[in-house]
Design a protein around this ligand. Structure first.
Ligand SMILES: Nc1ncnc2c1ncn2[C@@H]1O[C@H](COP(=O)(O)OP(=O)(O)OP(=O)(O)O)[C@@H](O)[C@H]1O
Length: 312
């Protein structure tokens, strides 16, 4: 059995479906839980942490029902979204407090070790109130790790961090995964999860719509149907060539007074490869090439349609 098991899990709040029939096993290593705002990521983590019960289906963490069995917390570390530190206490005091609460045998040395691991040794005896966001995030991580848990749940842990802090945290989480821990990290940024995760689960409107290695998920997200706007000299000739070669399904001129042409490509990557080459062949001088509707929502909407098509 994997450390984390979802079996037919649904969760609704009144009329809102936060999770819909999710079945998945998650084992050792880093797994990214990718989805837009409101997709159900926090709910999935809350169900695993025992904070909320599924409306339907079962979850197991290290074989326990997290909602009923407090034993689960011996093997579980949680880094929640948002602020969870006390400004007036030192980093060491906050981590030690958690260590004592969880019954860690030698809580002082465990605290020392974990503060060192997250890079807070020098700041350990300073009040957390004066810490940067990244340092406070480290305190939360140290609190989650002090009892050496097998399973670690992190809700958008890289939010609000600067690039150097992000890199450090990505390295730390990747290392925790390599040690054989089961690390589940939520995010709405693919490039973030693909740097640390061996596996990515994509959640859209509460449904698990795709899963796989980061490279495969990237391909799925990037190489999808896309509307592209082309602007330049003789751009209609270029669009004609694209149509003739089956690289686009349709060509439409923009409305009056606008110089562009809108093409609908079934595979965006093939189009991107062909456009510069065919522009040269047709003598087109391109001024602009831009994707239309490139927001994350439209990417996820595509995945939902793809998942429906596959009968999931
Ligand atoms: N306690 C609650 N009561 C009512 N609705 C809720 C509750 N918790 C979550 N929801 C709803 O369930 C859906 C999923 O929310 P969830 O917070 O799990 O998404 P998320 O992917 O974590 O998004 P975000 O990144 O914005 O936190 C949303 O529509 C949200 O409004």
């Amino acid at each position: 059995m994997s450390a984390i098991e979802f079996d037919g899990v649904s969760k609704w709040f009144g009329d809102t479906v936060a999770l819909s029939d999710v079945t998945v096993s998650i084992g050792a290593g880093v797994t990214g839980l990718l989805g837009h705002n409101g997709a159900g990521k926090s709910t999935a983590l809350a169900v695993l942490a025992g904070g909320t019960r599924p409306s339907q289906g079962t979850v197991r963490v290290l074989g326990h029902d997290p909602h009923r069995d407090p034993q689960v917390h011996r093997g579980l570390g949680i880094v929640a979204d948002g602020e969870a530190t006390w400004g007036h206490a030192t980093a060491r005091a906050q981590v030690e407090f958690l260590a004592r609460q969880r019954g860690v045998a030698d809580h002082r040395s465990a605290t020392r070790r974990v503060l060192d691991r997250v890079g807070l040794t020098d700041a350990a005896d300073r009040r957390v109130g004066g810490f940067s966001k990244g340092m406070r995030q480290r305190v939360k991580l140290a609190q989650a790790l002090v009892h050496d848990p097998q399973v670690l749940l992190l809700d958008e842990p890289l939010n609000g961090l600067d690039p150097a802090q992000r890199r450090a945290d990505v390295d730390l989480l990747a290392a925790l995964g390599r040690e054989g821990r089961t690390v589940l990290v939520s995010s709405h940024v693919l490039s973030e999860v693909e740097r640390m995760a061996q596996r990515v689960l994509v959640v859209v409107n509460g449904r698990l719509v795709a899963e796989g290695e980061p490279a495969g998920i990237r391909e799925l997200l990037v190489d999808r149907p896309r509307t592209v706007r082309l602007e330049g000299e003789r751009v209609l000739e270029l669009a004609g060539l694209l149509l003739a070669r089956g690289l686009v399904d349709s060509v439409r001129r923009e409305g009056a007074g606008r110089p562009g042409v809108l093409v609908q490509a079934p595979r965006a990557v093939a189009l991107a490869e062909a456009v510069p080459r065919l522009a040269r062949e047709s003598g087109t001088t391109l001024r602009r090439v831009e994707g239309i509707g490139e927001d994350l929502e439209s990417v996820f909407a595509h995945l939902v349609r793809a998942a429906r098509g596959a009968g999931r």
